[in-house]
Design a protein around this ligand. Structure first.
Ligand SMILES: Nc1ncnc2c1ncn2[C@@H]1O[C@H](COP(=O)(O)OP(=O)(O)OP(=O)(O)O)[C@@H](O)[C@H]1O
Ligand SMILES: O=C(O)c1ccc[n+]([C@@H]2O[C@H](COP(=O)([O-])O)[C@@H](O)[C@H]2O)c1
Length: 201
């Protein structure tokens, strides 16, 4: 885990996986490694968020979530960051604008699970996000089809890379997106929190 801003070299292809990570789990590790391979990324930065603007319930303290994330994710090509807290951003549109202005020489790709693609059209300035960064969507159990037919996917359909072409994503000018099928993991932070709450009662 890095207290300051992560380092990046010119031309690097870096995936950004934003999330509450409340807590981080093997599903996050799995999609990160799949995304790195399939989108040919040099690095992935986990952006452990101060809080999802669409979720009513506040997450566990940021320091605790960062500590668990660093424990769960041991790949040296993955950085666990608190960039949003550092930049003072909560909305992804602002976070992306912030990192792109800090690292103008990096090719960023926004990463998200298929469940997030389904609600993407409810995100603040989602069309602007899609116009500013390529987006890599990773299959999640039960969400692959809903993601494919989501409002955002239909709106962005002509910018979708055909299957097998996802390795080009980081080099594409946005809007560009790809949905990859991967061996799926049904891990979720909700299930872990529910198990912990059950164990306490
Ligand atoms: N098992 C998984 N398969 C695919 N994508 C996942 C998986 N778990 C998390 N993600 C994705 O990782 C990102 C961060 O997820 P998040 O931290 O919200 O975890 P979560 O398990 O979805 O949490 P919660 O259950 O609290 O919503 C999101 O884009 C989410 O779609
Ligand atoms: O910017 C928005 O309006 C917005 C709305 C919902 C979610 N997000 C981002 O999506 C990422 C995944 O969120 P979560 O809580 O599902 O892990 C995380 O980086 C959030 O900040 C962003």
């Amino acid at each position: 885990m890095r207290a300051g801003l992560p380092l990046a070299l010119p031309g690097m292809r870096i995936g950004l996986l934003g999330g509450s990570f409340d807590p981080a789990h093997e599903g996050h590790v799995h999609i990160t490694e799949q995304a790195m391979r399939r989108f040919r990324l040099d690095r992935v930065w986990w952006l452990v968020s101060p809080g999802n603007p669409l979720k009513p319930r506040g997450p566990a303290p940021l320091e605790e979530r960062l500590r668990i994330a660093a424990d769960v994710m041991r790949n040296p090509r993955v950085e666990i960051t608190a960039i949003e807290a550092r930049l003072g951003t909560r909305m992804t549109a602002d976070t992306i604008a912030g990192v792109q202005s800090l690292y103008p020489f990096v090719r960023f790709v926004w990463l998200m699970g298929a469940d997030n693609m389904v609600q993407f059209d409810r995100w603040d300035r989602w069309s602007q996000i899609a116009a500013s960064v390529p987006i890599g969507v990773i299959a999640r159990p039960g969400w692959r089809m809903p993601a494919r037919f989501s409002r955002a996917a239909r709106g962005l359909w002509r910018y979708r890379l055909p299957e097998g072409q996802e390795f080009r994503l980081a080099d594409c000018a946005p809007p560009a997106w790809a949905l990859i099928n991967v061996p799926m993991s049904n891990m979720s932070s909700t299930a872990i929190r529910a198990r912990k709450a059950g164990a306490r009662t």
